[in-house]
Design a protein. Structure first.
Length: 312
């Protein structure tokens, strides 16, 4: 979803774009025809080197954002080793700017309090995904000291137009529309509209200094508030579903994780998802607003645009 919207933001500026895709056929279906498609994978060093030939700027938005996998090694392979492959190729080919998509999860934040880009959390986070992104970000920071011309973007939870195989807020919109949300999970999350995430990356490439980091987040929302906004945008005149008590959620999540190991199917409530919703820290977007001139879309407009893009 981020890579797609980065491409659109670049094309709006009449930039020439080459995209590394794992499937040319799928790439042709999803991306505008003017994009030059190169087949490869960030876990394949040779394909990365080939794809970077002729490029002066690289956007590394590839990553594995799931909160559960039967085989957790894929987080290390894609998010950590894949990032190291990208770093090595970029340094070897003397790339002028390297724009890296990190996450807000790498920063230190406390429940109910605002946090910014100033303090990187030096303690291992609570999920395999988060820990893999922590490792990857540290690789980037180390590489900056060795000459990698990197700029880092840290998006909040994504929603909005763009292809995605990962469950998220777009799925919540569809499920609320279809009456498939009997209860909400406790907690909330910060959000960023997908088109704004793409634009924020390109603004950083254009305006930021090497080594800087920027949080991309519009605001923080409790899930019941978010659900009410979605229902209003859908013209469904009823209150949001009730919030499930945390002890019950924890029991369902624990049992689901155990069953997932047996069946190989994702749990109903992954522990990682519950962990993120319970974090409760509020990202501060001031730096992106002031230094990049970034203008995030308000939730009401973003939800309406997302509903239109989903065709519901």
């Amino acid at each position: 979803m981020i890579g797609y919207n980065i491409i659109l933001a670049l094309l709006r500026r009449k930039r020439k774009v080459k995209a590394l895709v794992r499937s040319i056929t799928k790439g042709k279906k999803l991306l505008p025809s003017e994009v030059d498609l190169v087949q490869g994978d960030i876990t394949d060093k040779y394909s990365i080197h080939e794809a970077m030939i002729g490029c002066n700027i690289v956007y590394h938005a590839a990553g594995f954002p799931e909160q559960w996998m039967k085989n957790n090694s894929i987080f290390e392979e894609v998010n950590v080793s894949g990032t190291q492959n990208m770093i090595e190729a970029a340094i070897e080919q003397k790339i002028e700017k390297f724009i890296y998509t990190s996450t807000i999860d790498v920063f230190k934040g406390e429940k109910g309090k605002m946090f910014n880009e100033s303090i990187i959390d030096d303690q291992p986070k609570g999920t395999v995904y988060e820990r893999s992104k922590q490792k990857a970000f540290q690789l980037i920071l180390n590489a900056i000291n060795q000459g990698l011309p990197a700029i880092n973007l840290h998006p909040a939870g994504l929603y909005g137009p763009g292809p995605s195989d990962s469950p998220g807020i777009n799925n919540l919109i569809v499920d609320l529309k279809n009456g498939k949300v009997p209860m909400l999970l406790p907690g909330g999350l910060p959000l960023v509209f997908s088109e704004d995430a793409g634009e924020g990356h390109v603004l950083a490439e254009e305006k930021a200094e090497i080594g800087e980091s920027f949080i991309l987040s519009e605001n923080y929302y409790n899930l019941n508030v978010l659900a009410n906004e979605i229902l209003m945008a859908l013209n469904i005149k009823k209150k949001s579903p009730a919030v499930m008590p945390f002890p019950l959620v924890k029991m369902v999540s624990t049992f689901g994780e155990w069953m997932a190991k047996v069946t190989g199917k994702p749990p109903l409530i992954p522990k990682g998802q519950l962990h993120f919703l319970r974090w409760g820290a509020i990202p501060d977007n001031t730096k992106a607003l002031k230094l990049l001139g970034w203008k995030p879309t308000k939730l009401e407009k973003g939800i309406k645009t997302t509903i239109k893009s989903l065709g519901i």
